[in-house]
Design a protein around this ligand. Structure first.
Ligand code: FES
Length: 155
């Protein structure tokens, strides 16, 4: 076993590497697999992916840190991403983010003390037609206009 990845996930990363003309080209989907599997990309998992793809760990880290939807720290059981870009701001995104944070007693980027929720401010989620756009554990939900209703649904 490669430290940082369970055997099934390591196998999936190697399978992805075989689908692309170069192993490097499989880096984004490999990181996505890790993110989907554990909710975040630990330093150990990042090193394991880099090793499986014959990349320097710094190369993998540079890519993982560039894309904002790759979490580099563990979050709550439900990670709520709220778009903070123009279309969503014009359609109540800022108010929604504020209300979510207020109801949960946290600031954007934080996790509740019980570990149930993380709320993050994000760049455009590519769902502008659903403004204000929200993702919960990377699944689109939207448009969301009521923080109270969203939290009740997720409770
Ligand atoms: S501006 Fe919010 S999803 Fe694009």
């Amino acid at each position: 076993m490669t430290a940082g990845l369970d055997p099934a996930l390591l196998s999936r990363v190697r399978e992805l590497a075989g689908r692309f003309p170069t192993k490097r080209a499989a880096l984004l989907p490999a990181l996505w697999e890790v993110q989907k599997s554990s909710g975040w990309i630990s330093p150990e998992a990042l090193s394991a992916v880099a090793g499986a793809l014959d990349l320097a760990p710094a190369d993998a880290a540079a890519v993982a840190s560039f894309y904002f939807l790759f979490a580099r720290a563990p979050g709550g059981a439900k990670v709520i991403d709220v778009c903070d870009s123009f279309v969503c701001l014009a359609n109540g995104g800022a108010e929604l983010l504020d209300e979510l944070c207020s109801r949960l007693g946290i600031s954007a980027g934080d996790t509740t003390a019980d570990g149930r929720f993380t709320v993050r401010r994000q760049e455009c989620l590519a769902a502008c037609h659903q403004a204000p756009a929200v993702q919960v554990n990377l699944e689109y939900r939207g448009p969301i206009t009521s923080a109270e209703a969203l939290l009740a649904e997720l409770a």
